[in-house]
Design a protein around this ligand. Sequence first.
Ligand code: IFM
Length: 433
Amino acid sequence: MLKPFALPENLLMGSATASLQIEGGDTNNSWYAWAERGGIADGSKTSPAADHWNRVGQDVALMKELKHQVYRMSLEWSRIEPEAGRFSADALAHYRGEIERLIKAGIKPLVTLHHFSNPLWFENSGGWLRDDAPSVFQAYARAVTEALGDLVSDWVTINEPNVYLTNGYVYGIWPPGRTSPKDMFAAAANMIDAHILAYGTIHDVRSDMGRTDTMAGAAHHLRVFDPASGNPLDTLVAKLFEYLFQGLFLDGMLDGSRRLPLRRHRAALPGRVSDFLGINYYTRDLVSFTPSARTQFGRLSVKPGSPVNDLGWEIYPEGLYRLVRKYHRRYGLPVYITENGIADRADARRSRYLYDHLYQLRRLADEGVDLRCYCHWTTMDNFEWMEGFTARFGLVELDPATQKRTVRKSGRFFAEIAAARGVTQDMIRNYLG
Ligand code: IFM
């Protein structure tokens, strides 16, 4: 029997997107080039995506209708710095206009600097393997904070470096298409350095502006890795996956500690280098010790018989509770749920997904976890990387041919929860049957 519950007191409700996935119109980035070469499942290109670049007003109105209090957006680095060292006043003015609209609508911006896409000049000159990648990124972070820091207090430096690097540097299925674990760890060290430098710069620039409310961190893609059986080797390999896929990044980007096999970092001495723990949570993997060519030492699978989303990912709400509790205890930082959502074209499971995951946040708040925001992935259906438009995560359905936006039933549920600050008995009846 489903129970009504109240949202955690300080939790801002909203949704998240990424520039490349929604804006359209930019041809100066790594994903544009990748999609043009035919790397996307349904043949989609990165443009027009959701044509958001031309529809900012309409989309902010939609977020207001959906009772957003926060919106996590990203900036397209390739628009802001179209050539190395040249920053575009026009692109910055565009984003400034968007952020002003959000603030006017009562929606707090949470702004991401890097979400999977690189400017072509950066990508083609070595990308995250460049020795100077951290300082190049720092210069971009400085330009952005100087231009927007008076409006934006909350920043995500880098989104899901682990996913970006695994797909782009180990599996070779995302740009830059490399298949070298050695390169992946070299690029990881640079991304961690870049985060640490950007973190310091965002603080410095904003404190020169007299601002004392800066909150900067990264958005970490965290998964539950459970052993597939009672075999101690499965347990061992599950721990190894957890460490290599997420532990390294958490330690590097929250505490500035560099763990093996990353080389020594140059950016900073260990110390606090994030103001919040940003968590993107979707699913769990079962891990078995079955050496395979793909993973080298283990195999990932989905728990047999478990509910799954349209992409076959297990729907496992308890995982959100387990991960937040574990890492909140370890790092002691306020928690931002920077992403959480479901690929569900038919909208058959999203309302229940929302209920179940928000309920986990209630449990966590009752145990004293300081939860600050919940950003549902995603606002409207958008360009889902390799999957193109085959995976639909939106609270709002998008018809890419006409750009028509239609709020899904789960989107209305989301809005009612945000407005009422919780789930009521009526909502359970109306949305969860
Ligand atoms: O669409 C992505 C997003 O860009 C990063 N986190 C996971 C989402 C769903 O796959």
